[in-house]
Design a protein around this ligand. Structure first.
Ligand code: KG4
Ligand code: ZN
Length: 336
């Protein structure tokens, strides 16, 4: 029998709904990105939750109509319940609870980071044990994945996330939000070695990251010029991107060497960065390790990754009841 698993993602500024089928895999995924935040240069939580409230029900109806199924055809309801913005998470979780209750189907809470990791399982089978580098606007972590549902965080950022660093540096350079894609585009015209920006915690022997010093170094560099010409902007963008990519790739290589895995998965919004993928492929691929990343549309926040994760929870009989709550922060934990 074909099982349909619903996935809902509202942890930040994207409202997304998807359906994963036990026989056909991903059948539909829709996402509405909130553009209201652009003028503020970052996500405004109150605007985000209001926007989710307006968008979620119509998006859900579009998804159900497209697949041609009704509430009774769903086998389980998956939803991101954290980490993220509380108001935004609550909109998704309350909606998911209502669907689960009215259809008498199990509710499945998915950790947002598990969603990013398992974005790699949407279109192909993942191999274990493996390591995953999760790099997004809110997270920078190296996670040892023994199997689906079995996770151990082995490295984390001590301050800013890599995506946050991209966003803040973009702002300093007068580039639009989100900063990652803007920096990547401008950096193509610049010299990677124009400026020697710091690589924090290099050679510390640990797998931790720190990006707040880089942001300060870029600010001081920007302030040292009377005017930021397009050439200068491109050189600073390329050099800053290189500093981020370099340290992410170096720590990833160190992790692969110490955990001796044969498979490495990049995930999260920053995995969309071509220079990062190129550098990781070069450093880790040369060790005989298979390097994978999700299709671009599944790197940034989406509901396909949540529906796919929820499908695995369902398969292993791991479900929640209606007392499930949201959580603003917290590491991924094993559930098997
Ligand atoms: O995973 P995501 O969509 O949301 C969070 O869970 O945070 O990641 C968003 C982050 C933003 O910081 C954005 O600047 C960054 O991913 N990002 C990129 C690129 N595309 C998105 N960073 C570098 N290069 C990119 N091409
Ligand atoms: Zn995310």
């Amino acid at each position: 029998m074909e099982e349909y698993i619903l996935g809902i993602e509202t942890s930040c500024d994207d409202t997304a709904v998807a359906i994963f089928s036990s026989t056909r895999g991903l059948v539909v995924h829709k996402k509405a990105t909130q553009l209201e935040h652009g003028i503020y240069g970052g996500v405004v939580p109150e605007i985000a939750s209001r926007s989710h409230m307006k968008t979620l029900l119509p998006l859900f109806n579009v998804v159900m109509n497209e697949v041609g199924i009704e509430l009774g055809n769903l086998s389980a309801v998956g939803v991101t319940h954290g980490p993220g913005l509380t108001g935004s998470l609550l909109v998704g979780l309350s909606f998911a609870k209502a669907i689960a209750y009215s259809s008498s189907k199990p509710l499945i809470g998915v950790h947002h980071i598990e969603g990013h990791i398992l974005a790699n399982a949407i279109e192909e089978k993942m191999n274990f044990p493996s390591l995953s580098l999760v790099v997004s606007g809110g997270h920078t972590q190296l996670i040892y994945v023994e199997d689906i549902g079995r996770y151990e965080v082995v490295g984390s950022t001590r301050d800013d996330a890599a995506g946050e660093a991209f966003d803040k540096i973009a702002k300093l350079l007068g580039l639009p939000f989100p900063g990652g894609p803007a920096i990547e585009k401008v950096a193509k015209k610049g010299k990677r070695d124009a400026f020697d920006f710091p690589r924090a915690l290099r050679g510390s022997g640990r797998l931790d990251f720190s990006f707040s010093g880089l942001k300060t170094a870029v600010r001081l560099k920007v302030e040292s010029f009377d005017e930021i010409t397009p050439e200068l902007q491109a050189d600073i963008a390329a050099s800053a991107q290189e500093a981020i990519v370099d340290i992410l790739a170096e720590k990833s290589q160190k992790a692969v060497e110490s955990f001796k895995v044969k498979h490495f998965y990049i995930a999260g919004g920053v995995a969309a960065n071509g220079r990062l993928r190129e550098e990781i492929l070069e450093r880790i691929g040369s060790l005989g390790v298979d390097v994978h990343w999700p299709e671009l549309k599944f790197c940034t926040d989406n509901a396909a990754m949540i529906a796919c994760s929820a499908y695995y929870h369902f398969l292993y009989g791991h479900t929640h009841d209606l007392t499930l709550n949201t959580f603003p922060r917290g590491d991924i934990e094993s559930w098997r």
